[in-house]
Ligand binder design. Structure first.
Ligand SMILES: Nc1ncnc2c1ncn2[C@@H]1O[C@H](COP(=O)(O)OP(=O)(O)OP(=O)(O)O)[C@@H](O)[C@H]1O
Ligand SMILES: [Mg+2]
Length: 313
């Protein structure tokens, strides 16, 4: 029901302790402002850790929480589990959707199971195996991209062009996660598809001026060109929307999400990952795609909040 939390107390959880803290503060402040403009009673909570969060929630006693956290402990099911146990309805996916969505390796295996193509990969566990042995036995053509399985914002990710760069790239990725994905690097158009409460948005094309959509290209104004609708055919656009919906449903997601794809040619596309709590500043990708079909930023915030609920009954 639209506006069902009007007159109730809403906590917006932001900041957090992950490497994406700064981005989360921007997301959280933007959502808080959007909800206030719509007349909601919002209390912003800067999440500093478990004990402090419990104390802040016990103090604020919110009727519902909007989770505006990115990355570790915020987007991966941990905070969601906390809120379930405190019986505070919250936005977005539950524990399962969040933890599967956060883990690129698990999510890719699921996407493949659903018949959605993904770039070839090899998996390395830095807590169990030696990097030297893994590098020696790796049978993949360069370039590859080395990613922490559970991280965001391109943090600790490296494009590797020469085998000699593999070991340092694994070390870098291990700074975020022991589980590491070594993936075939595919040149092509980068397309992202947003989804709000099950409604897919027009695909948006991302064209970073540097050629790599890294942290700087993501958060520096003017460093990346965004094109909506993406320069792909209607059939491809429809396919990427269908795939996004399929993955979102399979992991049992809710609220806003965004799936990232690489499209090397007119008839070929690969799924990279899904973000279950995508950036939500006025310059972020979901609001940009939504604006194209007349959905305002404040309306996204309200729709997100409308869907707040407990998922464990
Ligand atoms: N296999 C690939 N081939 C080509 N480019 C890739 C590939 N994987 C990732 N990239 C590039 O690296 C960027 C970051 O990768 P990815 O989306 O997997 O990680 P992320 O850090 O979780 O991102 P987000 O900020 O969306 O959470 C992508 O947006 C894309 O530009
Ligand atoms: Mg991404």
């Amino acid at each position: 029901m639209a506006g069902k939390w009007k007159g109730k107390k809403i906590a917006v959880l932001m900041g957090g302790v992950s490497k994406e803290r700064e981005i989360s503060l921007r997301t959280g402040n933007a959502i808080s402002e959007g909800l206030r403009r719509r007349g909601y009673d919002v209390v912003a909570i800067d999440v500093q850790g478990g004990d402090a969060l419990v104390a802040a929630l016990q103090d604020a006693r919110p009727d519902a929480a909007v989770i505006a956290l990115h990355g570790k402990f915020g987007e991966d099911g941990c905070v969601q589990g906390f809120l379930e146990m405190m019986r505070i309805p919250y936005t977005g996916g539950g524990v399962l959707a969040s933890s599967v969505g956060m883990d690129k390796i698990v999510c890719k295996r699921l996407a493949e199971e659903l018949g959605i193509p993904c770039p070839r990969d090899a998996v390395f566990d830095a807590s169990k195996n030696s990097a030297d042995g893994f590098v020696r036995e790796l049978q993949m053509k360069m370039p590859v991209i080395v990613k922490p399985s559970r991280e965001g914002s391109t943090i600790n990710m490296t494009i590797v062009k020469e085998p000699s760069e593999l070991a340092p790239a694994l070390k870098t990725a291990a700074q975020s996660d022991n589980k590491i994905l070594v993936e075939q690097y595919l040149p092509g158009r980068e397309i992202t598809v947003g989804i709000i409460n099950g409604q897919t948005l027009p695909p948006l094309e991302i064209a970073p001026k540097s050629g790599f959509y890294d942290y700087k290209s993501k958060y520096t104004k003017g460093a990346t060109e965004y094109i909506v609708p993406a320069r792909i055919g209607a059939g491809m656009a429809e396919k990427l929307q269908r795939w996004t919906h399929k993955i979102y449903s399979a992991i049992d997601c809710d609220g806003t999400s965004r799936a990232d794809f690489i499209v090397p040619s007119d008839d070929e596309a690969y799924f990279l990952e899904i973000n279950t709590i995508p950036g939500m500043t006025e310059l972020s990708l979901v609001p940009k795609a939504a604006a194209h079909i007349g959905i305002t930023f404040d309306e996204i915030c309200e729709r997100l909040l409308d869907g707040a609920k407990l998922k464990v009954n």
